[in-house]
Design a protein around this ligand. Sequence first.
Ligand code: WTA
Length: 628
Amino acid sequence: MEENIETLQKSGRVIHPPAELKAQAYIQDYDKAYKESIADPEKFWDGIAKELHWFSPWHTILEWNYPWAKWFLGGTCNISYNCLDRHVQSPRKNKVAVIWVGENGEERIFTYAELYRQVNKCANALKSLGLQKGDRVTIYLPKIPEQIVAMLACARIGLIHSVIYSGFSAPALKSRILDAESKLVITADVGYDRAKTIALKPVVDEAIADCPTVEKVVVVRREKNGPALSSDKEIDWEDWLTGQSTSCEALQLDSETPLYILYTSGTTGKPKGVVHVHGGYMVGTYITTKYVFDLKDEDVYFCVADPGWVTGHSYIVYGPLLNGGTILTAEGKPDYPNPGRWWDLIERYGVSIFYTTPTAIRLLMKYGEEWPGKYDLSSLRILGSVGEPINPEAWEWFYRVTGSSKPIMDTWWQTETGSILVTPLPCVPLKPGSATRPFLGIEADVVDREGKSIAQGGGFAVIKKPWPSMMRTIHNDPDRYLLYWNTIPGCYTAGDVCHKDEDGYLWFMGRADDVVKVAGNRIGTAEVESALVSHEAVVEAAVIGKPHKTAGEMIKAFVILKQGHTETPDMIKHLQDHVLQELGKIAVPKEVEIVSSLPKTRSGKIMRRVLKAKELGQDPGDISTLDE
Ligand code: WTA
């Protein structure tokens, strides 16, 4: 494998940061700051944590019982207090916190004071339902401000939110509600996608039909003549908040109190509920937002993620609000109503920091440079990319169309890591396609299977020491948590393959396991396989990721039909529709091939690696375990 990675690598040009940008950045000498930070990481994190508000101080910075970490022991805090109260008590009180733009052009603006009032009302409304600290709340909303309000309101009173991306179908939503044992679901009547109305409420109705823990469903109603609320389980969001007090004290929580569960895909069919906590997560998202994007009070920060994914949690909601930033968030797709959509928003709101994804950049590339060329993008200062490797071609395009002077922060991290771990800072020389160097306080490395550091070349991405925003466990499945730290001795294994170049720069190459990144969305091949085999005509299925020009990767499924079922043009469509019903649009295989057998080991395990090599016309490598 190591050789494979080698041949993929091309170190291109080096781009030095503009002097002016560097001169005003929080961190101006990365090497010095990094060296200091890892000489004593606990001291480094201790200093950062002190920039935030704690109701009472910690007595121990880190308790490390390999592989279980606790940070800031004895300290009490509340992430919602740090996102809101701290600013409301300062001159930032009337500063804009969130600018939201709907797909239809509707605009809603929240100052810190207004967001604070809304969150408090929502927290009081949550209390009115009798919810108690530690209870779980599932938030299944489109990208609307209520999503942010609900998250912060839960945090405020110690409820654990579980935000589910609104593109998931009823069975996928149901399994996540069941795993979290949520008492409340917050949803909306509809979402909008390219002017189409997507009904969400019926999805929730179907999902909760057998979820015994769900007591109430709150519905944000966007449509004038939307569905009436029927059962006494259902509450209208507006009614729910009306009359609630605009003050609600933030609970003083132990630093290790769970903040949220976020489900993500792994190598089995069952999604993993990654658990993050108030204290450490707050420290990690705060400082990475500040240093990576050099976020200042004058900035307008635009992150295109959806709070349904971790980027939305950490870099729309928590990180930017912890810093008192002004956040722009927009519903809808980058090319609707036209491919100038995001460039227009950048011009209109004077966006200075723009954090997007390689898939979106590649999509916009297809429409040509004339689209960004129509707009004034001079307000931009810093760019960001996340979620998948960015190919140098897309990197160069993004750099060029935005003026060839705004550095791109290619940020590498995961749902599990909570915050960015490998990334340039604005003072770091860039190499297009490389996420460059570890963030301060983070010991990231490339190692072989035994955990031996690779001086230069390809291997596995690992983190060698605990960091504050790391996940604390997998909900209901601590054994799965252990796997991250037991795969390669002494390290947290990210599951990514990575190349280290002659300057120590890291080049992330994709997953080493059975996880596919389709348009930056993380999908487990096992989840798609189990969706396929739940179809009556399917006896066996194997799913692989295949390179795709825009989405980075696409899903291809190989399917064996049961006797009596034959391949018809309709059959492929049926199977795709079935995955749509079971999981949602993002998981639908673009290609389905009916086959009569699958390559397996003698013990019966499907060798996806062999399928993939064959599909891509590559050498399958060692096939000694392949059954004849
Ligand atoms: C991939 C998203 C290359 C990687 C924040 C990782 C990246 C997975 C980058 C986590 C990047 C994320 N360059 N690959 N800058 N950022 N990845 O949990 O494979 O949705 O393991 O978190 O995305 O995906 P997740």
